[in-house]
Design a protein. Sequence first.
Length: 354
Amino acid sequence: MTATTKMRTPAIRDWSWLAGNARLIDLSGQLLGAHIAHAGLIMFWAGSVTLLELTRFVPNAPMSDQGLLLIPNLARLGWGVGADGAIANTYPYFVIGILHLIASAVLGAGGLFHVFRGPAVLKNGKGRVAKFHYDWHDPKKLGFILGHHLIFLGAAALLLVAKAMFFRGIYDPAIGGVRIISNPTLNPFIIFGYLFGLDHGSWNPLGMAAVNNLEDVIGGHIWVGVMCIAGGAWHIVTEPFSWVKKAFIFNGHAILSYSLAGLALMAFTSLYFVAFNDTVFPPEFYGAERSQFAAVQFVLGTTFLGGHVWHAFKAKSKEEVFSDREKFSAIMAGFLTLSVIVIGLVLLSSRLNV
């Protein structure tokens, strides 16, 4: 009696889905669709969470004790706020939540269109579509796309300015009410002095987070909005200088690393504001103790920074071998970053111990 044993070949699993949007790196049309669909998800989250918070919002209880995330942000913009930070009308929150859900549907439809009906590669599209096709190694085209992003960012900053100056104003914790910011600070020495730790001529280690009046806050947004729009127009009509092309790497990993560096900078900047600035984050809405909020910003900033370093090394390794000088520069940049993080943690711990 003989027995035959059938050898089973182990099934090979397909893990390519873990690559996420990296699968679309050379498909500019489909990557745009994923980009738009992601924006739709963000809008859907904002709208749905706003409505969810509204269903369990207790007007007579402090916001900081209710675990709210989005309603405090709407309140500091002046929506539905009465005297002393009391919420007098929740209807604006309902409207804003619904508008975000409508926007999410529009963006979701746009994302699906670009994935299933639009050209997989934008250069194969008709009309102006082809103008937005990009090559990761083409600095001029990447500058063209960067310019459009900057214009949108500038317009968003100026929308806040318009709300503060022309549409009923925003909440000012200094007076405990909503007011129009009719005379924003435009003096560049005051606005840009914050970048160097100067608060109206006096040294303050908090830098930008030392701002304590809404005139400076709105004036800063005017400068940011105008500079972003001007910079966007510049990048659209020109191409990077020759020294920029030599100093920067242009490939997919490099562009992602630059973006993650910007996100890390914003997260760490937000950490300082959350932890120390009661003008931008009024205690009436966020509470006086915001260590958990700041910790989230710290974790996000560290994660983005780690992603920046990883993709920067990947970008460089694709081009050439690291020189000793570049290794030394990377080590020094790491020490500098760690020192900034340590200083931030020391400042935060000193506030918590007060």
